[in-house]
Design a binder for this molecule. Structure first.
Ligand code: GRG
Length: 295
């Protein structure tokens, strides 16, 4: 696990360096917006999604220039989702990654605009020729990321989540909600390597299935951390789900069954990597990390 933590940290350092280059310099009359984009994007974070992009791309011999650009685009989308999720009209959280949330550090309007601009910048990066020489690959990256973060992906999941507050929804509906809200972007991150490497469909499908189980395990642990974890380690408020009466797999199954389910999903995720043999060992370690993390 220590070696996985080192790999995750190395990827985080690399993606942070690329993000610093790809985020616009805070100059001109719109400088405050650009400062806000950097404030949230460079505020830390595990960079797990970036790791999944580079690890899947490494399996197919894709160069790091390409995979780190895609990883940066994904982290920009992830940051935008956290910025908007923290807004008073959504989850209304004041702290993120151990720092004041963007709408607290700046203001609400700036947080909305910074999220919008991060989303646009992510797609601008994907279509850049430096991302991949083949325009059909760039086009598929754009199509696939748009699907993952749009109305039938992350945004759709957030809508269902907001409407489901204080409702007694069943485990199957919770799973679907979470697949959209958090799973879809994780799935794109894992499949990005296959898109960049132009590999055959069954291999991309195997990565999709790995991501499906990994995403659910990730979300169960996130909910367990909210229910049982330490706010100072997590860098965000805890016990939010119970305060808001939000149904999660932890509230539906109870903590012990939820933890067992997460372990089973992580094992199942690793099994989907069989076609890649030893080349996928680091992605198997990622599944182990997801269920043993404390933040
Ligand atoms: C508002 C468009 C819009 C979407 C919001 C993803 C999302 C949808 C909201 C985030 C709320 C949340 C905390 C969901 C739980 C899972 C999750 C995304 C946790 C945060 O991801 P980590 O742990 O965060 O990878 P770091 O800070 O490490 O990047």
């Amino acid at each position: 696990m220590a070696s996985f933590a080192n790999s995750l940290k190395t990827t985080a350092d690399s993606v942070n360096e690329v993000l610093r280059r790809l985020l616009p310099d805070p100059e001109g009359p719109e400088a405050r917006l650009l400062e806000a984009m950097s404030y949230s994007t460079l505020a830390g974070g595990k960079r797990l999604r970036a790791f999944l992009v580079t690890a899947s791309a490494d399996m197919f011999g894709v160069g790091r220039t390409s995979s780190l650009r895609v990883a940066s685009a994904v982290e920009m989308i992830h940051t935008y989702s956290l910025v908007h999720d923290d807004l008073p009209c959504m989850d209304d959280d004041d702290v993120r990654r151990g720092e004041p949330a963007l709408h607290i550090a700046f203001n609400e309007a700036t947080a909305v605009l910074a999220g919008d601009a991060l989303q646009a910048r992510a797609f601008e990066i994907l279509v850049g020729c430096e991302t991949h020489p083949d325009p059909t690959v760039r086009c598929e990256l754009v199509r696939s990321l748009a699907a993952a973060c749009g109305c039938r992906g992350m945004v759709g999941g957030q809508m269902i989540d907001l409407e489901a507050e204080h409702e007694n929804i069943q485990a199957n509906d919770i799973i679907r909600l979470q697949q959209l809200k958090t799973g879809a972007l994780i799935a794109f991150s894992c499949e990005a390597g296959a898109i960049l490497g132009k590999v055959a469909k069954p291999l991309r499908q195997a990565l999709h299935q790995y991501a499906h189980d990994l995403g659910l395990a990730f979300q169960i642990i996130d909910d367990l951390l909210d229910a049982e974890g330490d706010g100072s380690t997590l860098g965000k408020p805890v016990r939010k789900d119970s305060r808001r009466g939000k149904a999660t797999l932890v509230s539906a199954l109870g903590p012990e069954r939820a933890r067992t389910q997460a372990r089973m999903l992580a094992q199942q995720a690793s099994a989907h990597l069989d076609p890649f043999g030893e080349k996928a060992d680091i992605m198997r370690a990622a599944a182990e990390f997801v269920i043993s993390r404390d933040r």
